[in-house]
Design a protein around this ligand. Sequence first.
Ligand SMILES: [Zn+2]
Length: 291
Amino acid sequence: MKKISQPDVTKADTLYDDIVARKRNKDFVKRLSKYESYIKGRYTTYKTNLMTLENINKSIIVVDDDKEAIHSSFTSSFKKNIKDGELKQVYDECKGICPFCGTSKLEEVDHYIPKEHYPEFTLYPLNLIPICNKCNKQKGDKFLDGTNVRNFINFYADDVDDIEFLKVDIDFNSSDIEKSTKIKYIADFSKIQDIYVRQIVENHYRELNLLERYGDAASEEISNLSLIVSNQEDENEAEIKNAVERTVIGGKNGQLKRAGKNDWKYLLYEKMLAINYIDALVKFYLNKVSD
Ligand SMILES: [Zn+2]
């Protein structure tokens, strides 16, 4: 949920010119050229309104063939070039994890403002955010809700990390930790004072079904840790516990630094340490091994 550095857009116009120059299809070139000054002007509008993208006027590009001509510029080679160019810093900061959910790997490039309704932003680097396949599917062509509030957090503009609104509860019975562990993420959006930002964050969580996805990701994480413990050859309980604890503490600090205070994994690790979950986990699996 941390903000990401904005991609460099100083050469956005050149990016557009290169695409037009390389297009072979004369009809596409004609269609693209018709909108050249409009598209470049819209880039400036986007940058100026980055904090309030909901105020951007509707696109004038509504003819399907015109849209198609612009959309077809978003090729795999364009995506590759931008990944190594304008979005390089963005990819470095994401460390392979989708910023929208924080649980899945990066697989695609999202158009924050959907290219279906705003084709002019198809190639604009500030409108491009790396994303996972699941989030991209759930996001679809959504941008604004019924009250003109954005449906998703914009990780180049919105800063929601200074407020702690997410927490996790872990419930378990130490006699059968494997079957009894229940994980529940709870979001208290009322902690976000700014009502507009609050609604964006609420929308984002609802649209991407985040609380449930965090729960699933956390269960998987705990299974992985259990596997590490049950695969230990050494049966020295204290040593195993120390080793797992070190892993969790290291992971916790890394997550906080990378993803911030409302990151599901940071909160999970912190909770596990606070309630001595690792101690119970190690005891349970070592007893199981010696049984
Ligand atoms: Zn995602």
